[in-house]
Design a protein around this ligand. Sequence first.
Ligand code: ZN
Length: 505
Amino acid sequence: MPEKYWPETVILWGAGATKNLGLHATKELIKLILDISNNDFSFLKDKDKKLADAFKKLVTEDLIKDPMISRIYDLKALDIIISTNNKFNMHDLFTMLDQLIENDMGFNAFCDGRTQFLRVERVKAAKRCLILLIEELERLSVQKTPGYVDKKKIEPYYEFAKILTELMVEEARAFEDRGYKRDTRRFYLYSYAIISFNWDPLILWNIFNVHKEENKNPICFKDGLELQLYDDFGTKVASNYLDGDESEIWYTSDESQCRSINDYNYPSRIARIGKVLFPHGMFGSRICPECGKSIITFEEKWDRLSTEIFGPSILQDLQKNWKYKTHKENKYKKGAIECPYCGQITYPYDMTLIIQSLSKQKNVAALEELKTEMGLLMKNAKHIIFAGYSLPLDDIMVKTFFMSSISGNDKNKLKCTVINYDEKYRGEDWLTGQNIYKYMRRSKNHSVVECIRNVLDIFLEKNIRVCLKGIPEVFMKDGRISKKKVIDILYPRDYFREGFPIKRD
Ligand SMILES: [Zn+2]
């Protein structure tokens, strides 16, 4: 019999969910890259001067004049490519670069009144530069002062992570009282999962930090065992752990580990685990070019306001708090992370950022595994929340993936919540039934209407509710994240009759 317990509520976390933190959607990123190539730095005018200067130095000096860096990350080639078409969107650009690289073809560009030919080596270097710029721009966007996010802006996300964690502790108590066996999914698996289509790791970082706080002061069960909370990435990710001078491999936790911790024969503590997936890749993570393993690195500081989770920058001033750990990392710097398995040095361009692309990517095992896991989560969910994720169904890959994952789910029962943002909307908090269509007819916000229409293509109308207040506002009351609202959004009584903590039969 297949496993019957899966996270009941799956949150699809998208660009709309982190807009409030200053992060850019892909549409804005491409515009910023065009601005940079036109020498227009007006987007830096409100930035901290040190950060703005460092960024300018990166794109006007290091990436242009440094003989080694400019050959690896070819900004000039990227400029030439994007200047041939001012309507490029990120999706098309990635797809085109991938196609050229796969077919070992160069690029012919007519610009500044003449034709220029870029050999495939330069197309590759242009793609590396594109990935680097995306990461640098996003890291820059969240920094208020060098090295740190804006405390005020991040607060709601931290509170949200805190409440999620509180709920998972409550769930643990309730499940224990109901006699769910600790070494089964019924007990240890969180009732929510997050699938982030963003590359930024901020939601993960906040949850990590709250888990760490909770694990330091855990609740105790009747038999004296302490509760510990972990995250499962859906694939094995390793990191370097330094113990004195010894370098050790450290793994992110996973379900199998959780099950063995909860073994009744060897009582030590009690573990619960939640799924947080990054199917499009994540800043700061790398795929080792030598051994192909998926790796990540954390700074030991664990300051929740620090931007360290974005990984090292090629320019120290753009990631002030970063400290290289191993001997090799210190020798090579420039964004180096040493692979804990084979000792190879990885660089920012070993980061696998995916934007759903029609071209057949070279299969990366870890990402394939994530896709499978994501499909299973969708197929077995009872409630799916589109949290600022706009479901780009015009991308045929996305459409077919969603349709095939959900096809095994009972559509009559599968519920859906759409959280999007329309600043002009003034009506009731939740739109359902005919009111959804009424809004769609009247609204001038095409992207929101498009998103709702796509959701209506997949889910039954009677199972959909829509909120247009945006994130984090949708969870807030009187300026703070409200626990009641989080429960109402994740586990609404209309969908889960027994309310929270939900029942697992
Ligand atoms: Zn390796």
